[in-house]
Design a binder for this molecule. Structure first.
Ligand code: FES
Length: 109
């Protein structure tokens, strides 16, 4: 995967998958929208292959897309539908996962 160089101007996803496209597909939802990812993708990768935003910062409300991509910066918190709060960059996708990027009342995992 790499950052999409035309994403900012064209409204395209933040990431583009370059290789490893033959892994098993995984279905999940993000804010109620069905998307597909590949086994071994992180939630962050799955989201950014479809859009440019993972969450909004609680400080300014500005959209965020993660920063460190390795579980250190806290910039990719999202919530699962049942209320568990996860770091999108260090959580692998699972079939049937329901991810919310604008959660209310999150509980840390
Ligand atoms: S992007 Fe830094 S913790 Fe996930």
């Amino acid at each position: 995967m790499t950052t999409n160089p035309s994403a900012a101007s064209a409204g395209e996803p933040q990431f583009v998958r370059l290789t490893e496209a033959h892994r098993k597909q995984v279905g999940l939802t993000v804010d109620g929208a069905a998307i597909t990812a590949l086994t071994g993708d992180t939630v962050l990768s799955a989201i950014l292959l479809h859009t440019r935003r993972v969450r909004d910062t609680e400080f300014s409300g500005e959209p965020r897309a993660g920063f460190c991509l390795m579980g250190a910066c806290q910039d990719c918190w999202v919530q699962l539908e049942e209320g568990t709060r996860i770091r999108a960059c260090s959580t692998f996708v699972k079939e049937g996962m329901h991810v919310l990027t604008r959660p209310a009342g999150a509980v840390e995992a």
